[in-house]
Design a protein around this ligand. Structure first.
Ligand SMILES: [Zn+2]
Length: 257
């Protein structure tokens, strides 16, 4: 029997970029913020999202909570304060959109999300775009933006980009990972078996390229559950003086219903 060598080539790390530069306030206003700290509302623990409430933390699997960045003042964690989270998916490639929707559906079992038709319906939600290459080996990126709504409540919007030119199965895998960030997993697992591992590799087997990204693991869910068990400032109403300080009041956007 003929023996044929099977080629498995590393194509390099398909990295994921988390762009965290837009946390509330920015470095420049930290000193001013310090003076206003007494005006900050206290972080509160929100009701767990329904699917996450039903999910039981699996002690044998553990978590990587220590890798998650608290993005809010006072070390509070970003969370979604209302559901379903509206998700806009760029729609000019219907088949591509379907594969992104698959990832939305998987996460919705834990934190309800709803795909909306128009970008402006997701100003308090996630927007997912298809973009040309954004850097060597980068398959996708997620960026949170925090702002105050007209009622003074702290809200967030998450923008996700998925690099074009990937196979459709990879699109679902990358979307699954980036949505994981968008839901509150603002960090990477050190374990390659987790969805939220930061350095998943693409491999070429013969002429087929494969991005080996796992589905949502118990460790991913354990970590997400711990994030949502933390007190947060999301949805809390901030005093006007504090909002003015950061200059991020968007009076034109009504509060989410
Ligand atoms: Zn990532």
């Amino acid at each position: 029997m003929a023996w044929r060598r099977r080629h498995v080539l590393q194509l390099g790390v398909i990295a994921c970029a988390m762009l965290l530069a837009l946390a509330v306030g920015g470095v420049g206003s930290l000193a001013q913020a310090q003076r206003s700290l007494e005006e900050l509302p206290q972080p509160v623990r929100l009701k767990l999202p329904p699917g996450l409430a039903r999910y039981t933390y699996d002690k044998s699997a553990g978590d990587y909570f220590e890798e998650i960045e608290p993005l809010l003042p006072g070390g509070a964690y970003a969370q979604w304060a209302f559901y379903p989270v509206p998700v806009y998916i760029q729609g000019d490639h219907p088949q591509w959109k379907t594969f992104v929707e698959q990832a939305v559906k998987e996460w919705s079992a834990y934190i309800p999300m709803r795909v909306v038709a128009k970008e402006e319906e997701a100003l308090y939600g996630m927007s997912i775009y298809r973009v040309p290459g954004i850097g060597d080996g980068i398959a996708g990126a997620a960026r949170p933006e925090f702002f105050f709504a007209a009622d003074g409540s702290l809200q967030q919007r998450v923008r996700i980009v998925i690099v074009e030119g990937q196979g459709l199965a990879e699109v679902t895998a990358v979307a699954r990972h980036e949505i994981g960030h968008g839901l509150g997993l603002w960090g990477h697992s050190p374990n390659p078996r987790d969805l939220m591992y930061g350095g998943h590799h693409a491999e070429a087997t013969g002429n087929r390229r494969l991005l080996r990204v796992p589905t949502i693991t118990k460790r991913d869910l354990n970590t997400l559950k711990r994030v949502y068990e933390q007190p947060t400032l999301m949805g809390q109403v901030f005093p006007e003086s504090y909002r003015r300080l950061f200059g991020q009041v968007r009076e034109e956007i009504p509060a989410p219903g």
